[in-house]
Design a protein around this ligand. Structure first.
Ligand code: K7E
Ligand code: CUA
Length: 764
């Protein structure tokens, strides 16, 4: 082993294990043993040290990635690459109750297309909300390419709140991209189609098929898209592809590239060459330049007409008002990215080997000077390529998307055909570095790379294939996200992460400390509508209301019981069960699953969720909590009894398996008194320390106090029964009293351990 090697291993040791120097020799040999056994190089160990996150550790960045045809998005941490959450968006997801509770069904219902439920999506481009060109951590938006829709996810609870359907398109792709203050969310169509729902023969493609670009108005106060103030540009039937919003000097403008400006329609059935031949025959396609700021003024001034209930700026109007221009761009482009300073725009042609750098000031000058080389078939002015271009740079075969570094001028372009990432400088045209990728990179992403001040540091390559990277799991492989360190001059591959989901197209990474999600809802909260639920129930106020054949159950959940525990209805009744989680403690989620009714709710602390179904068939339907919430979670259960119409109870007592005596009661009470002793000791320890300085402990104490309150209620009931010599109920309530004591003691001990381990001091 040479001395450099030794030094590296030593450094890696300190980094990985954080050992004191005295232990270093022993740990060093242990590390070497592991490295040898697992065949790791020192480079591997360094990569591990840069990504490994010990238990309890947090990540510096949080990624929101599209989940492709899963219709979801997912969140993971960087540098650990640990997946934190899938968030259901266009697709039902039982573990979140999404598409199962009435509240989220209402969100999905707004995403119906022509009256039809669409239960999946093809998500492509997530976009964080921005304030002054910086990610603000409030919302994330995602598009559905297959069914042109846009969804709003609120980052205060990571739930999908709204889905809107594009009023004109039959597919989309160039979304979601936000303007610098989230004034608008851009969504461009992909495959040209009539803007109405009518049938139009393909022979009328050039005249009646259209593309488009929608600027969805976002109401930043309400946190919802406002379809009423949204407007769409009618565009030629080119296949609009990606978009990006201008910023800084280009604020107020948007850029959308396209392919198939040949307007070729395939049809091998009709003896025609296929789409792919006719759609890539010309040397250039068009970038669309749109002025949304001026368009907004026209809309506000009442100068834009509504079609199908939504503002549509026709090509004629856009040309007259000078809102829309075209610029040639390289063959079959697939990315348009505005530089952080907003001065330049980078477009790559996937059948070309160049990235092309456009200059916004030159574009503006050409517009001001009316310096156009031509108009297209629809009369839209075309700015000559060399008028608008700063340079084109040979970055490799099949360049797609570009992301930006913290260092001014430095950017990274994904190179699809060559399977690599090229680092280059768009200001000088110099290529700086490249790194091979396994295999076929699509999008790539740097930290806060779409903001006006990217952080650099890391880059993730979102790869299309994973082939031999992971243990095989059948012909359908996972996706592969590769983490690359870009903090030095040369890019270093750190980590391969298999993603067991649909194909993620794009992702965005935000600084983790910008996210401040809540740990509980306000009590009785309808999280999807973001308001107090009319179906909220409070402890002791649970009830069942019948109105004709409609039965409404107002119930609650708390460790470890569901109220009500018995629900009696008749066949044919429409049953609505509304459940409020009474817990205030962090992570005390209860689920609610029922036999044979397709019911599965997820009810987080404070939330009220509902399920409605018709009890069509008589029978016995057990229900239970699906989250292992406490030691008596398995006992968190109940029965829905669907009785025949006109059924009358026959009377008689419920048959209990065990009869209790006075002695049983007294034994239980003795146990309870002893348990109370333990609780008192723990309480004594906690209150004699500075526990209020520890928020985790404060939360535990709050929860424990709640539980102890319930214990007191059960104790009173047990004593009341004992006073009547009702030993059966006295014993059962004494046991319930003890259950609450156990929960209290458990919480108290967790609090005590936390204080001991975190250096709490005696306050007296
Ligand atoms: Cu390149 Cu939809 Cu942005 Cu796939 S897209 S890669
Ligand atoms: Cu609640 Cu298990």
């Amino acid at each position: 082993m040479n001395s450099l090697h030794k030094l590296l291993v030593g450094l890696a040791l300190v980094a990985v294990l954080g050992v004191a120097v005295a232990d270093q020799v022993m740990a060093q040999s242990a590390l070497q043993k592991v490295m040898q056994e697992r065949g790791l190089t020192e480079k591997d160990v360094l990569a591990a040290a840069k990504t490994y996150t010990p238990t309890g550790g947090r990540d510096e960045y949080i990624v929101c990635s599209s989940g492709g045809q899963s219709g979801q998005v997912l969140f993971y941490g960087i540098p650990s690459m640990r997946i934190l959450k899938y968030v259901a968006v266009f697709t039902p997801e039982p573990w979140q109750g999404y598409g199962f509770d009435d509240e989220s069904k209402a969100v999905l219902k707004d995403g119906r297309i022509r009256g039809k439920d669409i239960t999946y999506g093809d998500t492509h481009h997530p976009s964080f909300s921005e304030t002054d060109g910086e990610y603000d951590g409030r919302f994330v938006f995602i598009n559905d390419k297959a069914n042109p829709r846009v969804a709003v996810i609120d980052l205060h609870d990571f739930e999908t709140k709204q889905i809107v359907v594009n009023p004109f398109f039959k597919s989309d792709h160039g979304g979601c991209f936000v303007t610098p203050n989230t004034e608008y969310i851009m969504e461009a169509s992909q495959y040209a189609a009539p803007l109405s729902e009518e049938f139009v023969p393909l022979e009328e493609f050039n005249d009646k098929y259209r593309g488009g670009l929608t600027y969805w108005k976002f109401d930043n106060e309400k946190g919802r898209i406002d379809p009423e103030s949204t407007f769409t540009f009618e565009l030629p039937p080119y296949s609009q592809d990606l978009s990006d919003a201008g910023k800084g000097p280009s604020y107020g403008w948007g850029f959308t590239n396209s392919f198939c400006s040949e307007r070729y329609v395939g049809g091998i059935e009709r003896g025609r060459p296929p789409f792919e031949a006719g759609c890539s025959s010309k040397d250039t396609d068009f970038m669309h330049v749109t002025n949304w700021k001026k368009a907004e003024e026209l809309v506000k001034a009442g100068k834009v007409k509504k079609v199908n209930g939504s503002y549509l700026i026709t090509m004629k109007q856009a040309i007259e008002e000078k809102l829309l221009f075209l610029i040639p761009e390289p063959k079959s482009p697939h990315g348009v990215d505005v530089t952080p300073d907003g001065k330049q725009i980078i477009v790559s042609g996937k059948l070309d080997s160049h990235a092309w750098v456009y200059n916004f000031a030159k574009i503006m000058k050409a517009i001001d000077d009316k310096n156009f080389e031509d108009v297209d078939a629809y009369g839209i002015p075309i700015i000559a390529l060399d008028t608008a271009l700063d340079r084109s740079v040979n970055v490799g075969l099949g360049p797609l998307h570009t992301q930006f570094d913290s260092e001014p001028g430095v950017c990274y372009t994904s190179i699809y055909v060559d399977s690599k990432v090229t680092k280059w400088n768009y200001r000088t045209g110099k290529v700086l570095d490249d790194i091979p990728i396994h295999y076929n990179v699509g999008h790539l992403m740097t930290m806060e790379g779409d903001s006006k001040t990217p952080d650099g540091k890391y880059l993730v390559a979102l790869n299309k294939l994973s082939i031999d990277r992971f243990n095989p799991v059948g012909p359908l492989h996972p996706q592969n996200h590769q983490l690359i360190d870009i903090s030095g001059n040369q890019m270093e591959l750190l980590y391969d992460m298999p993603l067991p989901l649909g194909e993620p197209h794009y992702a965005a990474a935000i600084k983790a400390d910008k996210l401040k999600p809540v740990v509980r809802y306000k009590s009785g909260w309808d999280s999807r509508a973001d308001k107090r639920s009319p179906y909220k129930a409070r402890a002791g106020r649970e009830r069942v209301e019948r109105n004709g054949n409609k039965v409404e159950v107002y119930g609650t959940l708390i460790r470890s019981h569901i109220t009500p525990e018995i629900i009696e209805v008749f066949e044919g009744d429409t049953v609505s069960i509304h459940l409020t989680n009474l817990e205030r403690a962090q992570d005390e989620v209860h689920g609610f699953a029922m036999y044979g009714q397709n019911v599965q709710l997820s009810i987080e602390p404070g939330k009220t969720a509902s399920t409605t179904f018709v009890a069509e068939q008589t029978g016995v339907y057990p229900y239970y909590c699906t989250e292992f919430c406490s030691a008596l979670h398995l006992e968190m259960q109940g029965y829905l009894l669907v009785q025949p119409k006109g059924y009358k109870a026959k009377g008689g007592d419920m048959q209990e398996g065990v009869k209790y005596t006075k002695a049983d009661y007294e034994t239980q009470v003795a146990t309870n008194v002893a348990t109370q002793e333990v609780i008192n000791q723990v309480v004594g320890f906690i209150t004699s320390h500075n526990y209020t300085d520890f928020p985790t402990v404060v939360a535990l104490v709050e929860d424990a106090t709640d539980q102890l309150g319930f214990a007191d209620e059960a104790k009173a009931k047990s004593e009341a029964a004992a006073a009547k010599n009702d030993w059966q109920n006295a014993m059962l309530w004494a046991n319930q009293w003890w259950q609450y004591q156990v929960k209290t003691a458990d919480l108290g001990l967790r609090a005590k351990t936390h204080l001991e381990q975190n250096g709490a001091v005696k306050s007296k």
